[in-house]
Design a protein around this ligand. Sequence first.
Ligand SMILES: [Zn+2]
Length: 70
Amino acid sequence: MCGRQVPYAMTSYRPEKVTCPACREHAHRQYLRFADQAERLSRMPGVNISSDQAARSAEWHRDLARRFSG
Ligand SMILES: [Zn+2]
């Protein structure tokens, strides 16, 4: 991981622009983690996120993760 493309990968949502394989892999793992977090958050009491919103957020992050892999 060169470290230069990681911040870009985490903010641009443009997997096709991230050419470093290690940075792509890093972003892939991060987005999978965000997806899990969204689902976990929605199950916590007192958190103002509906399960519907959480499901959509998780889906969105998983889709991005897929685009960063391979
Ligand atoms: Zn890199």
